[in-house]
Ligand binder design. Structure first.
Ligand code: NAP
Length: 247
């Protein structure tokens, strides 16, 4: 067996959904630097995904729309066929919607819930089968401050993130017996494309509300993934990473 093959077998295996850019991309890079074999899932941004994989020899791209159960099954099958195990699932894929309730269509609501919440049900359901057999595993849901306190004009998004946190607590209780941990990371405002609609003056207004006077960075979130990975007695928790915004 070649040295690389042996290294692949010894390394932990992670799937990070929606990781072609932003927070997910940073989680992929950080896990890769920490020796994980990482499956980088993307949907639309193939070029961005491949650019990352070119730079990290232990990162493998896989296209799947995580709001589609069949595609999620294929993503998990791809991972198992390649590595025979899944140690860490990070449910990061997400979309935002800023609309009043009267403007929110039933299709908008479906789309947000399917992409942000059903996706985590699909991936967790599929990945768990293998984690239960392994008697080990860790699921991290990237939720949001808005799931905890609710955002005006982002009702659908807030509901999807509150649902993720409920999934975290529920599955932590159900799967602890199989030595599977489930945690959420709930970011405040992080500097990614998701917030590119904010003007400079809107950003300054936000900084004034945040005790640490800045937006978070994708690395602020990625480092929490490693923290949770390295602390095997933490489960069922919602780790708030928001510069003190809601205290
Ligand atoms: P982003 O820059 O907009 O990136 C979103 C990622 O999700 C992209 O890589 C996109 O991939 C992927 N994605 C979207 N729909 C998908 C689908 N159906 N299937 C697979 N992948 C899909 O967002 P971000 O700021 O990094 O956010 C990442 C996560 O953190 C989200 O869950 C978000 O709700 C959460 N969060 C963000 C903030 C913030 O302030 N940025 C705060 C709290 C929570 P493709 O382009 O390839 O489709």
């Amino acid at each position: 067996m070649g040295e690389n093959q042996e290294k692949n077998i010894l390394s932990k295996v992670a799937i990070v959904t929606g990781s072609s850019r932003g927070i997910g991309a940073e989680i992929v890079k950080t896990l890769s630097k920490n020796g994980y074999n990482v499956v980088l899932n993307y949907n639309k941004s193939q070029n961005l995904a491949e650019d990352i994989a070119k730079k990290f020899s232990n990162v493998y791209t896989y296209k799947a729309d995580v709001s589609d159960y069949e595609e999620v099954k294929n993503l998990v099958d791809f991972t198992i066929n390649k590595f025979k195990r899944i140690d860490l699932l990070v449910n990061n894929a997400g979309i935002d919607l800023v609309k009043t309730i009267t403007d929110t269509t039933t299709q908008d609501f479906d789309n947000i819930i399917k992409t942000n919440l059903y996706s985590a049900f699909y991936t967790s359901k599929e990945a768990c089968k293998y984690m239960i057999k392994q008697k080990s595993g860790h699921i991290i849901n990237i939720s949001s401050i808005w799931g905890l306190i609710g955002a005006s004009c982002e009702m659908a998004y807030s509901v999807s993130k509150a649902g993720l946190d409920a999934m975290t607590k529920s599955l932590a209780k159900e799967l602890g017996l199989s030595n599977i941990r489930v945690n959420s990371i709930a970011p405040g405002i992080i500097d990614t494309e998701m917030n590119s609609f904010l003007s400079e003056s809107e950003k300054i207004e936000l900084y004034n509300e945040i005790p640490l006077k800045r937006m978070g960075t994708p690395l602020d979130i990625a480092s929490c993934v490693i923290f949770l990975e390295n602390n095997p007695y933490i489960t069922g928790q919602i780790l708030q990473v928001n510069g003190g915004w809601n205290i």
